[in-house]
Ligand binder design. Structure first.
Ligand code: ATP
Length: 220
């Protein structure tokens, strides 16, 4: 199978972090920015870095972008440029278009146009930090949809020594323990009788309000 081709348009902090990570993972990345200095900054990271205005359809075609599998639009402030770019990429029939949105309205517009995934990095990071602040055992928090999320939660003192039957998380909070991480090993079919140990990390899915109730209850 041919290697996946990735392109990142807009290489500010967010875009360059994606380009750098993909490149470190061994993938080919084309980085595009209208600012020459930005392009120079990532030239040692990306497989290829070029100066281009992504609202110029001809320029994108000339770069052969239509052959790319995944394109990330990481233009932040210039919302109009982000929307236009998304539209052009959609017309080029790029299979996977990810767009970084500045706000809810921007997100809605690009979703309507056909972005496959819309990312709100500042908003999502704010949500994660808030959950970690109020429940320090919450290590990560990922929104799946408007209603559902996944939390990664370190076993609290009130959980250690108990098993999943005793904790009864499903009946008490309508949440599901999907996996338990122990010593870097992920057990995706945790036995209900297994007693939790300190430092175990539970991966739990549920409705947001149920997860918050669970976090608060189990924290104390
Ligand atoms: P971050 O938070 O990721 O640093 P940001 O949200 O502040 O970024 P900007 O700095 O506004 O976003 O945009 C990211 C990059 O997108 C910039 O380097 C900018 O030059 C580039 N950019 C903006 N418009 C275009 C365009 N039409 N074509 C290509 N690149 C563009």
């Amino acid at each position: 199978m041919a290697r996946r081709q990735y392109a990142v348009i807009g290489i500010g902090r967010f875009g360059s972090s994606i380009a750098k990570t993909l490149s470190e993972m061994g993938f080919d990345v084309l980085a595009i920015d209208s600012d020459e200095h930005r392009v120079q900054e990532v030239s040692h990271i990306a497989t290829q870095a070029v100066v281009a205005d992504s609202t110029d359809e001809e320029a994108l075609r000339a770069l052969g972008l239509r052959n790319f599998d995944v394109v990330v639009v990481a233009i932040g402030e210039d919302i109009q440029a982000s929307i236009l770019t998304t539209l052009i990429l959609k017309e080029m029939e790029i299979p996977m278009i990810l767009v970084k949105a500045q706000n809810e309205l921007h997100g809605k517009v690009v979703q309507r146009i056909g972005a496959d995934k819309v990312i709100f990095p500042e908003r999502d990071m704010g949500v994660r930090v808030a959950h970690h602040l109020t429940s320090p055992n919450v290590l990560d928090y990922i929104e799946l949809s408007n209603d559902y999320s996944i939390v990664e939660m370190r076993a609290t003192d009130s959980m250690v020594g108990h098993n999943l039957i005793e904790l009864n998380i499903r009946a008490r909070y309508s949440c599901n323990v999907m996996a338990i991480k122990r010593n870097n090993h992920m057990n995706i079919a945790p036995a209900p009788e297994e007693r939790l140990k300190a430092e175990d990390v539970l991966v739990i899915v549920g409705q947001k309000h149920d997860l918050i109730k669970m976090e608060m209850d189990l924290e104390n």
